[in-house]
Design a protein around this ligand. Structure first.
Ligand SMILES: [Zn+2]
Ligand SMILES: [Zn+2]
Length: 244
């Protein structure tokens, strides 16, 4: 059984009082996070999940609302004497960007000796990387962030979870969604035109071609939140938990 829990279903700016992007995926005893926005350590605690239980954090792209929670997660683990390795998976450049982020936020923290290994895996596009029970495939999507931005297909326990990350529309999302039991898709705006992000109107336009089971909208900004009752697809809430 795979448990998916939205710890952060908001945008970068705390719209609606929501936490920044962070989705917990658990298949006992393994625990992955999809994205780790700046507020994610607080969100883990808010929903009663021990941050130490996280094995792997998979980062869709290197914007603060998706990866700036890493220094807090690492320092918390260090102060609580974590011993199991923590793996950070992300696009090419993730190792250097996380080290830079740690040095800016907590100088010296990237070089501190720890009881646990902090491991990095830089994902190549359209290859599958297997980590324990999980197999992740990355698809590049248009979203400028100083490194390639990825959408993911995550296979675990016979289930397929797809995640758009942040993305302007691309046909790659049709491939990412294909056959997924659950497709978590950003909908930053309802029908406004905003560069580098998806609107719900665009998702509807292509919805019939996205051959996924359940589709849940996330990363909602103020306009999308205000109009979410008009959406025919399900909208995430912080804390929403479902099983696959
Ligand atoms: Zn972004
Ligand atoms: Zn974002």
């Amino acid at each position: 059984m795979v448990t998916v829990q939205f710890l952060g279903s908001g945008d970068a700016f705390g719209s609606g009082g929501r936490f920044q992007p962070c989705i917990s995926v658990r298949s006992d005893p393994h625990h992955w996070l999809l994205d780790c926005g700046a507020s994610s350590l607080i969100a883990l605690r808010r929903f009663g999940l021990d941050p130490i239980s996280v094995d792997t954090v998979t980062l869709s792209h290197l914007h603060g609302d998706h990866f700036a929670g890493i220094p807090f997660l690492v320092l918390d683990a260090q102060f609580r004497r974590r011993e199991r390795p923590l793996t950070i998976v992300g696009p090419p450049g993730v190792t250097e960007r996380v080290h830079q982020l740690m040095e800016v936020t907590f100088p010296g923290s990237s070089r501190t000796e720890r009881r646990f290994d902090l491991r990095f895996i830089e994902l190549a596009e359209r290859t599958t990387t297997t980590l324990g029970e999980f197999a992740v495939s990355a698809y590049e999507v248009p979203h400028p962030s100083g490194a390639p931005a990825y959408a993911f297909r995550l296979a675990v326990d016979g289930k397929l979870l797809a995640y758009s990350g942040d993305a302007a529309w691309t046909e790659a999302l049709v491939e990412v969604a294909d056959g997924a039991d659950l497709f978590i898709c950003e909908a930053y705006v309802f029908d406004k035109l905003v560069p580098h992000h998806l609107s719900y109107a665009t998702i509807r336009q292509h919805r019939a071609r996205m051959a996924c089971g359940r589709l849940i909208l996330t990363h909602m900004g103020p306009e999308m939140l205000a109009r979410r009752d008009e959406a025919e697809d399900e909208c995430a809430e912080d804390g929403l938990t479902l099983t696959l």
